[in-house]
Design a binder for this molecule. Structure first.
Ligand SMILES: Cc1cc2nc3c(=O)[nH]c(=O)nc-3n(C[C@H](O)[C@H](O)[C@H](O)COP(=O)(O)OP(=O)(O)OC[C@H]3O[C@@H](n4cnc5c(N)ncnc54)[C@H](O)[C@@H]3O)c2cc1C
Length: 387
């Protein structure tokens, strides 16, 4: 019988498992590895099957900035101790437009949390990033120091490795059900076997509701997101070699600089989250979405915006799409709370930006399920289950 079992081994679950295992015995984490062949896969997927997630202190919402800051400060230690690198502090540039207060709100929370920031006007943006085509009314917010990107895939590997090194048992398959029993909880796995523990923490991201794992309704909305990736070759490789991560407030896009993918090529990536994106409730719908090519309208619009902002990309000829899912909560913050007495808790709801602070969200969840005192400036009420 385990003391605590973490269900879901993504960014938040693997972080929680590591924090738990480094402080106590009897920890298990349940969750499959990334499938080798997505087209043939019949199980669950995840929102971290990628090589680039933006990370930065600046965020319009203080809670996201606080948790990102704590996590960023631990990345190097995680890399050193696991031997798995996942962090590239290449910086951040927010492109603002007059009708948006995004940069101003980001600057405020960033400053409060110790970010190294700088404001640029359009002329300074052109001088520093000559490959960008911006209009005169655009302003820039630059973050150096900790901002950049992480490989979410490799970060999960690092967290899992450290959790196992600290003594956690890793059960590499999906859970079908979790329920309380007189002596604690039991988790039924997809192969029919049962894992017993005193307590369970559910961190299954976009699949939480579709798999029916939480004993309480969490009010989640799961959106399908499409991303466009352009292969960076020839002259563009040199031109974009020092590109930072970016937010383009004109269209609400995030843009990752050229990053090497497992196929050996480097891709620059863009994505936009919109309320009109498709919503999913069932496992079948999610599986089809992850196996598909995404929305064609997004492909066209994102491609056009990239070519407008980076004229050099008109010379790049390999353009791809990918799909992912965002787990949106009503509060726009993760839910980290008990869902059934003090035995089953949840840590879900990355809201499209849960990667950067995932180590801290995992730590908060680990403290909660362990029965430790609340130990973050983020208020407990803000992370509570919806009423
Ligand atoms: C296109 C896109 C771009 C993004 N960009 C950024 C960004 O730039 N910066 C940022 O900070 N965030 C970003 N995010 C958000 C970030 O990726 C998520 O918030 C983060 O992955 C959430 O972590 P998680 O642990 O909740 O979910 P996941 O990372 O998806 O992990 C959930 C885990 O649960 C497992 N699981 C599911 N069902 C079961 C089951 N039944 N039994 C056992 N295990 C199960 C899955 O296998 C998976 O490993 C982006 C998201 C998307 C979709």
């Amino acid at each position: 019988m385990h003391r605590i079992v973490v269900i879901g081994r993504g960014l938040i679950g693997s972080a929680a498992a590591r924090h738990l295992a480094e402080h106590q015995d009897g920890i298990a984490c349940i969750g499959p590895d990334e499938p080798d062949d997505q087209d043939m896969h019949t199980g669950v997927f995840a929102s971290h099957y990628d090589e680039g997630r933006m990370t930065r202190y600046v965020d319009p919402t203080p809670e996201w900035s606080i948790t990102a800051g704590h996590s960023i400060r631990r990345y190097r230690d995680l890399e050193d101790r696991s031997g798995i690198t996942f962090y590239a502090p290449v910086g951040y540039l927010g492109l603002g437009v007059p009708e948006s207060d995004y940069n101003a709100r980001c600057a405020e929370t960033g400053k409060a949390n110790g970010a190294e920031i700088e404001h640029l006007d359009a002329a300074a943006i052109r001088a520093r990033y000559p490959y960008l085509s911006v209009t005169d009314d655009v302003d820039g917010l630059v973050e150096t120091g900790g901002a950049g990107f992480i490989s979410p895939r490799r970060m999960v590997q690092a967290q899992t490795h450290l959790a196992e090194k600290a003594g956690a048992t890793c059960i590499r398959q999906a859970a079908r059900a979790v329920r309380t029993v007189p002596k604690g909880v039991e988790v039924e796995l997809w192969d029919g076997s049962v894992v017993q523990a005193e307590k369970a923490l559910i961190a299954t991201g976009a699949f939480t509701a579709a798999c029916g794992l939480s004993p309480k309704d969490l009010g989640l909305t799961v959106f399908g997101r499409t991303t466009v990736l352009v292969r960076i070759e020839g002259e563009a490789s040199q031109t974009l070699s020092d590109m930072p991560t970016m937010i383009d407030t004109k269209v609400g896009a995030y843009i990752l600089p050229p990053i090497r993918y497992p196929d050996g090529h480097s891709y620059l990536k863009i994505g936009v989250g919109r309320p009109t994106d498709p919503r999913f409730t069932s496992l079948n719908e999610l599986q089809s979405w992850f196996k598909g090519d995404g929305a064609d309208v997004d492909r066209q619009e994102f491609t056009a915006r990239l070519k407008e902002l980076f004229p050099i990309l008109n010379h790049c000829h390999v353009w791809l799409t990918d799909t992912c899912a965002v787990t949106q909560t009503r509060s726009d913050l993760p839910i980290i709370d008990f869902a059934q007495d003090d035995r089953i808790a949840v840590a879900v709801g990355g809201c499209g930006k849960g990667a950067k602070g995932s180590d801290e969200w995992g730590r908060i969840a680990a403290d909660l399920i362990s029965g430790n005192p609340w130990s973050t400036k983020v208020s407990r009420e803000k992370l509570a289950l919806p009423v």
